[in-house]
Design a protein around this ligand. Structure first.
Ligand code: PLP
Length: 432
């Protein structure tokens, strides 16, 4: 059993000055409480009690090249020595934008922001300006940030509380979220094209945008049904609605062209964050000229004092250059799938209903009797308490996984580490 005494002491101290002892809600969700870390390199992270973990959280996804990648650190350090934040233009900012235009199929014009949440809001603003309509349509269980109009529909008291598929109930994530923001969107279960068509036809005159994660990674790790994303594309083109693809997780994770290249789909606007910056605060809204020109000509305002600072742009450029040179994607898929298969085999051997869902570079482990997941409602059948215990036991075995059962593979995980993780899962399930 690991000791967490030092983390506990620091949490007590932190809680006097940091609300809840943390700087983001998600950091509370750890076993046995929020932990404090002192060092991280490659695929390993060490907490202040000296426990070292093989890290499959990758800091909630951004660290596609692992922790403290030397090329990223070197780029950040040397470009920061020239300046931190000009709040004016600089050359690497153009180079990064040119690189993204080259790699992302739907990218013609770009604006850099600080995180996924604000880039999503920028996309809504563009969609409203361009369509002259006001609402957006979103899906149950998808996460598009923590700001008011999207902090809904990601947690629920239970499946019955959701009500009908045609007119779902939708719950605010916390107190303090403006009830008025509920009027900004329509919500539906995901992956149901017939239902989507019927709803869009009914609301076409008020819909400015449809926003979706290409793979539903924030509840389960569920792939789109064949034809679902293409169906959204068609509906959006037909009714003059912006198709916003939220690639905050899938961008630079499923490949250099993101999920849009992987699924051969062309959104109007897309959002990139996490893996594009290796942990530095950078995100991007990208889109075709015909959508993004409203920002170019200042019809739509997008701003931000800290946008495109030297360290964030340098981190992103270095990350993408390493990904281009090393092309780790085939390997990340292979190692991820190897791990998924190893976990599934171990679960079967030990008679546990632990199931694995996902693509490889990211996947989820859930205790459920279902063999396939289609939407958020399916994920609610999973046993959360059992998952919590499993994740805690894995942590005791030196394996760090995101609390909702999400695993990320990086370009630096090795075959031996995948075997180590499978062995740890087997050890946990043997004693479960
Ligand atoms: N969109 C998706 C799909 C996400 O997973 C997240 C964060 O996890 C966000 C948007 C919000 O991004 P950020 O946390 O950078 O604000």
């Amino acid at each position: 059993m690991n000791s967490f005494d030092e983390s506990k002491k620091l949490l007590t101290r932190a809680s006097k000055v940091l609300a809840g002892g943390v700087s983001s809600e998600f950091r509370k969700y750890n076993h046995p409480h929020a932990l404090f870390y002192k060092e991280a390199k490659g695929s390993q992270i060490t907490d202040v009690d000296g426990n070292t973990y093989l890290d499959f959280t990758l800091s909630q996804g951004p660290l596609i090249l692992g922790h403290s990648h030397p090329r990223v650190l070197q780029a950040v350090n040397s470009y920061s020595e020239e300046g931190q934040l000009y709040a004016g233009q600089h050359i690497q900012e153009i180079e990064l934008a040119e690189k993204i235009v080259e790699l992302i199929p739907s990218a013609e014009l770009i604006r850099f922001c600080l995180d996924g949440s604000e880039a999503v809001q920028t996309a809504f603003r563009v969609a409203r300006a361009k369509t002259g309509k006001n609402k957006f349509l979103r899906f149950e269980g998808h996460y598009h940030g923590w700001l008011d109009n999207v902090a809904w529909g990601i947690s629920t008291p239970g499946i019955e509380a959701l009500g009908s598929r045609e007119d779902p109930a939708c719950f605010a994530w916390s107190k303090g979220i403006s009830p008025d923001s509920r009027a900004e969107f329509i919500v539906l279960p995901w992956n149901d094209l017939e239902l989507l068509k019927a709803t869009v036809e009914k609301h076409k005159d008020e819909l400015a945008a449809i926003i979706t994660e290409p793979v539903m990674c924030n509840n389960g790790c569920i792939a789109p049904k064949p034809g679902f994303l293409a169906g959204i594309r068609e509906l959006c083109s037909q009714y003059g609605i912006a198709f916003i693809l939220d690639e905050v997780i899938t961008g630079f994770r499923l490949g250099l062209g993101g999920a849009q290249a992987y699924y051969n789909i062309t959104p109007d606007l897309s959002i990139f964050a996490k893996a594009m910056g290796s942990g530095y605060p950078i995100s991007a809204i990208v889109g075709k000229n015909e959508w993004m020109d409203c920002i170019a000509n200042s019809e739509v305002i997008h701003a931000g004092t800290m946008n495109a600072s030297n360290p964030t742009i340098a981190a992103s450029l270095a990350t993408i250059r390493v990904l281009e040179e090393e092309q780790p994607y085939e390997r990340m898929f292979r190692l991820g799938q190897q791990l998924m298969q190893g976990i599934a085999a171990s679960a079967e051997k030990h008679g546990q209903n632990l199931k694995v869902f996902g693509l490889g570079p990211m996947f989820v482990t859930l205790f459920t009797d279902l063999d396939t997941l289609t939407d958020y409602r399916d994920t609610l059948a999973a046993d959360k308490a059992k998952l919590g215990k499993f994740i805690a036991r894995l942590q005791d075995q030196g394996i760090r996984v995101i609390g909702r059962g999400l695993w990320y593979i990086s370009a630096v995980h090795t075959e031996a580490e995948i075997e180590q993780a499978i062995e740890a899962v087997d050890q946990v399930l043997r004693e479960f």
